[in-house]
Design a protein around this ligand. Sequence first.
Ligand SMILES: Cc1cc2nc3c(=O)[nH]c(=O)nc-3n(C[C@H](O)[C@H](O)[C@H](O)COP(=O)(O)OP(=O)(O)OC[C@H]3O[C@@H](n4cnc5c(N)ncnc54)[C@H](O)[C@@H]3O)c2cc1C
Length: 170
Amino acid sequence: MQQKYDYLIVGAGLFGAVFAHEAVTRGKTCLVIDRRGHIGGNIHCEEVEGIQVHCYGAHIFHTSDKEVWDYAGRFVTFNHFVNSPVAIYKDELYNLPFNMNTFSKLWGVRTPAQAQEKIQEQIAELEGKMEAAACDYERLTELTAEREAAQAALDTLYEKWEQLSEEAGE
Ligand SMILES: Cc1cc2nc3c(=O)[nH]c(=O)nc-3n(C[C@H](O)[C@H](O)[C@H](O)COP(=O)(O)OP(=O)(O)OC[C@H]3O[C@@H](n4cnc5c(N)ncnc54)[C@H](O)[C@@H]3O)c2cc1C
């Protein structure tokens, strides 16, 4: 006998799985198909010698939305995980995302104000180079990206600085 479904869902990744779950809880019927031999799409994991291996690259669940957190928590138990990556630059290990340890190792500075000063110097230096590279568009693109990264670092520092000052009631 031929079975009929309300929905045919192509892809058993997060989107397809959540959609199917929500549809079924509302009394609909779904057929979920996937060209891969497993469910979960890009977040699929396989257990190898007791370790959950993320087959398509490491995934970390993060949200600041309580509703999303509570929703996901209905299906899985999260373990406590602090993302603390490090980067190797010229044979040295640096904390990422950058923090005062990174700046201290890079430039020998000790306070956020000294780090801000150092980044501002670098921005000024980059702007000088950008002026000199005026018609060399390839170089200009590289320098613009570097300048944007430096500005983003500076903005983050200011943001963190303000947040810490507020918390300290200053
Ligand atoms: C390396 C990597 C790291 C990531 N890290 C994070 C992270 O840390 N945190 C985070 O929140 N997000 C992360 N993401 C993003 C996250 O993986 C995706 O946002 C999420 O998995 C998307 O879910 P989806 O259901 O939309 O798509 P997918 O997971 O891609 O699922 C789509 C499914 O549809 C199937 N499909 C597609 N076309 C067809 C077809 N024609 N016929 C049959 N089946 C089909 C595919 O086989 C697949 O299984 C990362 C992504 C990658 C690649």
